[in-house]
Design a protein around this ligand. Structure first.
Ligand code: F6R
Length: 247
């Protein structure tokens, strides 16, 4: 596992974007696995900036997102489709036909089959990943068992509470989602994990300072992948007790 300690959240986002840009420069038809949420939000402006500076084009790039809430229409302000359009897709030259965010609002069985089929065909060169405060990845929540492939997931209480900040009230947070499974996440060629904030210290501690792999802390399964880069700021690294010099 590569670990990069940055001086700030901004630098973390710039570094993650840089790795995604490098993947596109290596393969202009790259497929990007994308994430939503507060942490990932800071990465997209750097991708948009690189597009404006003509460092990169998304013309032939494909993208597939980790997850979507069940019950929110694509144009709902908090749907992950809307998030992606607002924060990224609407600002670059990616073709809408080349972007896939699962739909969580109808024919869910068919949608999951489509999602799984896309993951089989669009091989992700790189997957951007955030981590939940309980160690979830995508919406693979801690539990006795995890799922390898695309499935419907119930959000953990901690996730509902954490995501309530994006909704008018906790009651408005959807309780279920469609998500890539852990196996799907691990099938990406390269995984870039970004984290910031003291609330993530417990999960990052298990990921960075511990050899255990457990379904009780889904991010620990990332230890099974051969090309994972974790990017975190110095403040979080210190909270985690990870003090390797800046790389
Ligand atoms: C989002 C996703 C989630 C988030 C995680 C962290 O697509 O799959 O796993 O990455 O919940 O969210 P933030 O960054 O808001 O703390």
């Amino acid at each position: 596992m590569n670990i990069i300690v940055t001086e700030s959240y901004e630098e973390t986002c710039r570094e993650a974007a840089g790795q995604m840009i490098a993947a596109i420069q290596a393969n202009p038809q790259a497929c990007l696995g994308l994430a939503t949420g507060g942490t990932a939000q800071g990465v997209y402006p750097y991708l948009i900036q690189a597009y404006h500076q003509q460092t990169v084009s998304f013309k032939d790039v494909k993208t597939v997102n980790l997850d979507e809430y069940i019950g929110l229409k694509p144009d709902h302000p908090q749907s992950y489709r809307r998030y992606m359009d607002n924060h990224f897709f609407d600002h670059v030259d990616v073709s809408p036909l080349n972007t896939y965010v699962p739909s969580g609002c109808h024919m869910l069985q068919q949608e999951m089959a489509i999602f799984a089929g896309i993951l089989d065909v669009w091989k992700r060169d790189i997957q951007l990943l955030g981590v939940g405060i309980n160690g979830h990845i995508g919406f693979n929540e801690p539990g006795e068992v995890l799922h390898a492939r695309v499935h419907m997931a119930e959000l953990a209480e901690a996730t509902i509470k954490a995501n309530a900040r994006f909704f008018a009230s906790e009651e408005d947070v959807p309780k279920t989602a469609i998500t890539m499974g852990v196996g799907d996440i691990l099938h990406a060629g390269k995984i870039v994990v970004i984290a910031t904030g003291s609330q993530k210290a417990g999960a990052l501690q298990k990921l960075l300072n511990d050899d255990e792999v457990t379904t009780r802390m889904p991010c620990t399964l990332l230890k099974l992948h051969r090309d994972v880069t974790v990017i975190l700021d110095r403040e979080l690294a210190q909270q985690v007790g990870y003090n390797r010099p800046v790389s």
